[in-house]
Design a protein around this ligand. Structure first.
Ligand SMILES: [Zn+2]
Length: 459
């Protein structure tokens, strides 16, 4: 989308350059043809002014091509950031998949650990049970052993022997004791073997639990590192978004500047036209005057000289609720009635390229001199703003009227000194109702290198 727009814009610019240069050569040709008819001084004056304007135009071309380059650079930076954003987004997606995967593994491990713990508990219970049985069996065995010992081996034997009712009974009794003892012993041995096996099993399961716990710890470490990485990436995403919006606003102001320079050319073309018309009119008047004088000299008649009366402009305010400043005879009249609330120059560590004229009532803003409206638009910084290009006594000026609540002129419109441009307001980057007024000797530029203190020009 953006690339398309840019290409379209470049195409339009190319067209404009073609159209512009043909208009310029036409106007040049016109001047040369008509120049021959007029007096030598008039021609020289006209062409020097035109040279001046031509120079300004080529200067504008250069500035605009530099600006367009900067805009292209910003576009490059923006698409670079967008690539980075896509890349980081992919990485975040990957990390989040890994985190979910690790979560699953941790859950599985925990389940295994729980199962193993339960297994250990079962084994422990079995061992305990078996130990108790062994203990009981031991008791029985000890009792028997005690009996035999108390009576002494032989006594016991005698006991058994004497106690026997018959030889068969004796044999039975002897073997019974032996059988009992050996049976007990056998069971005991078996139980001991069982217990050893259980203990070995328990050891094995405990080892398994330890290894599971180790694996769980590894997984948890991995999870922590993945989450930390994810946080980092998200932080990076935030940073990239901030960078992108910063560059976009830079690009926007460059585009605004480019648009201003682009329209400056069109307004300058109009200024050339006006200047030519004015010169032609002067030449015509001078010629008429010369012819009249020649006639007068020939006729030697005395006629009263006509006073060259000039309209003094709108002296009386047409605004009932608000006043307009008087139209002066100097280079520039005051653009609004009010008090200077901020002067030209350093302010808050930055340069203030104009003056602020404040008024509590919304007074009209008027053109400081005759000129052509170069720009009349809404800017995010200037608010409702009007730029006027003037050509006074061979010098180009550009005046700026910012933060207006409304504008009443359109671009390309010719305005007279004292003509209303709009109403004082508080739009754009402004804190309180005021007019921000700039005077540029030459044309406005982004660096505002032509800005001068308006107080030196207002009267
Ligand atoms: Zn200001």
């Amino acid at each position: 989308m953006k690339v398309g727009q840019k290409q379209r814009f470049k195409g339009r610019k190319g067209e404009r350059f073609l159209k512009r240069s043909s208009v310029l050569s036409m106007t040049l040709a016109t001047t040369l043809i008509f120049g021959g008819v007029f007096s030598y001084t008039g021609k020289a004056q006209a062409s020097s002014k035109l040279n001046d304007l031509q120079e300004k135009q080529s200067d504008l071309h250069n500035k605009r091509s530099i600006l367009n380059q900067s805009i292209d650079e910003k576009d490059g930076e923006i698409s670079n950031i967008m690539n980075q954003q896509n890349f980081v987004e992919d990485e975040i997606e990957k990390l989040e998949r890994q985190i979910a995967d690790t979560d699953q593994k941790i859950k599985e491990k925990q389940l295994q650990i729980d199962n193993t713990k339960a297994e250990i508990e079962t084994l422990k219970a079995e061992i305990k049970d078996l130990k108790e049985r062994i203990e009981k069996r031991n008791e029985v065995l000890r009792d028997r052993a005690r009996n035999i010992q108390q009576n002494g081996g032989s006594v016991q034997y005698l006991d058994v022997f004497l106690g026997a009712e018959s030889f068969g009974d004796l044999v039975d009794r002897v073997s019974a004791v032996t059988t009992l003892v050996s049976a007990d012993k056998k069971i005991l041995d078996e139980q001991k073997a069982d217990m050893e096996k259980l203990e070995a099993d328990q050891k094995k399961v405990e080892e398994k639990l330890e290894s599971l716990n180790n694996m769980l710890k590894d997984l948890e470490d991995l999870q922590n590192s993945l989450k930390a990485q994810n946080e980092e990436k998200k932080e990076l995403m935030k940073e990239l978004a901030a960078q992108k919006s910063h560059i976009e606003s830079e690009k926007m102001s460059l585009e605004e500047e480019e648009e201003l320079l682009r329209t400056q050319e069109a307004t300058l073309e109009k200024a050339i036209q006006q200047e030519q018309n004015r010169i032609a009119e002067e030449e015509r008047k001078a010629k008429e005057e010369a012819e009249r004088k020649a006639k007068e000299a020939a006729a030697v008649t005395n006629s009263p000289s006509t006073s060259n009366s000039k309209s003094s402009g709108s002296g009386g305010s047409t605004e009932t609720s608000s006043a307009t400043p008087p139209v002066s005879s100097g280079t520039f009249s005051w653009p609004a009635v009010g008090t200077v609330s901020s002067g030209f120059g350093g302010r808050w560590g930055a340069t203030h390229f104009g003056i602020d004229i404040a008024n509590r009532t919304a007074v009209p803003i008027v053109a400081a001199a005759d000129g052509v409206v170069h720009r009349s638009y809404h800017s995010s910084s200037y608010g409702n703003v009007v730029f006027v290009i003037h050509h006074i006594d061979g010098q180009t000026y550009e005046t700026v009227y910012a933060h207006m609540s409304s504008r009443s002129v359109s671009e390309g419109q010719s305005v007279k000194k004292g003509q209303k441009l709009g109403v004082m307001g508080n739009t754009g980057h402004s804190f309180g109702q005021h007019l921000h007024f700039e005077v540029h000797v030459g044309l406005w530029n982004g660096a505002k290198s032509n800005a001068v203190d308006p107080l030196g020009y207002l009267n």
